[in-house]
Ligand binder design. Structure first.
Ligand code: OKP
Ligand code: ZN
Length: 341
């Protein structure tokens, strides 16, 4: 399997993250990527660097004003004499206007953000461009490669057309799916196995019939992102029937997960896609500090074996996974499962 990664993805380094009321070390930190890369290298895999793409393929799924904001906000933050990371102060919830970005710096950060765990640092723009480059490189060569892994960091599936949150800024899986469409694939399926619902991916494709979004995730009644991911969200307009959410309870073990996976894989296969993008989160692991499923090390080989049954060219886009010590080994278990080795 071809693996694509750039060390530029280590430049986004948040100073801290609030967790349980206390400011501490961020879960989503550069070390995640280094652990994934280290695991793959010790398993004998070669890692390639991505090609640099223009912003255009990213602007196919993201708002131009939002991208301009992401590019400039940290230097504006510094120019305003501020230390630390760019951080939202308010959110445009019910009864607030959310139809246009305010003019001020704080107003714009608050307009585009949907949580407080996702901050913009000096290296964020370079990092998220490099992460998208990995997804775009994998997508461009997918028909030739058959299978590939874009080792994206930070993740992307919570980012929508014009919002960031859940550690995500550019939706790498959505950018890849759109690039595959633009390269001639008529139907693309996205299968999201991250612990969290990919609200951004769902929102981007919700009214489209050409991209299926199928996701297995923690019930939003108990878990982030809290406001999307229920089973009755099935798509809208032309996209009706092209969105499939399978929420599962906290404590889910492999036997239950595996049944859900069979349903999701059945939906993906029935869709008749020309290519598949897997949003590959490995935060379903029992020891993950953010999550509450109970998948074991061995279950990841089974997950890989199931994902290996997808008949189409398939690219894997890295999403979450925060149990630092097990990240590399679990990713390797998945890859061996996929390849049947
Ligand atoms: C991203 B991905 C409190 C917890 C923050 C954010 C979860 C983001 C998950 N600091 N919750 O789907 O793995
Ligand atoms: Zn996640």
């Amino acid at each position: 399997m071809r693996v694509i990664y750039s060390t530029d993805q280590e430049r986004h380094a948040p100073l801290g993250e609030f967790n349980r009321g206390v400011l501490g070390q961020p879960y989503e930190r550069p070390q995640r990527a280094r652990e994934l890369v280290g695991g793959l290298r010790s398993a004998g895999l070669t890692i390639e660097t991505p090609d640099a793409f223009p912003v255009d393929p990213i602007a196919r799924v993201h708002d131009a004003g939002y991208l301009a904001f992401l590019e400039s906000v940290h230097s504006e933050w510094r120019a305003a004499g501020r230390d630390g990371d760019a951080f939202p102060l308010a959110f445009p919830i019910r009864s607030f206007r959310s139809d246009r970005p305010p003019v001020s710096l704080d107003g714009r950060v608050s307009y585009y953000a949907f949580d407080i765990s996702t901050v913009i640092t000096e290296g964020t723009w370079q990092t998220i461009r490099a992460s998208a480059d990995c997804a775009l490189t994998a997508a461009r060569d997918l028909v030739h490669d058959g299978r590939s892994l874009a080792l994206c960091r930070p993740p992307g599936h919570h980012a929508g057309r014009d919002f960031f949150g859940g550690y995500c800024f550019i939706n790498n899986a959505a950018v890849a799916a759109q690039a595959l469409r633009d390269a001639g694939a008529e139907r693309v399926a996205i299968l999201d196995v991250d612990y969290h619902h990919g609200n951004g991916t769902q929102a981007i494709f919700y009214d489209r019939s050409d991209v299926l979004y199928a996701s297995i995730h923690a019930d939003p009644a108990t878990d982030f992102p809290y406001f999307l991911g229920y089973a009755d969200e099935t798509g809208m307009g032309a996209g009706e029937g092209a969105n499939c959410n399978i929420p599962l309870p906290r404590g889910t073990v492999w036997s239950t997960y595996s049944d859900a996976l069979d349903v999701a894989l059945g939906r993906v296969k029935a869709f008749g896609a020309d290519a598949t993008v897997v949003s590959l989160g490995i935060d379903t692991f029992a020891a993950d500090p953010l999550s509450h499923f109970q998948l074991t090390n061995d279950d990841f080989a089974k997950l890989g074996a199931a994902l290996g049954t997808l008949g189409t060219p398939t690219m894997f886009v890295m999403e979450g996974g925060y149990a630092i010590d097990d990240l590399g080994a679990n990713l390797v278990r998945i890859l061996h499962g996929i390849e049947g080795t």
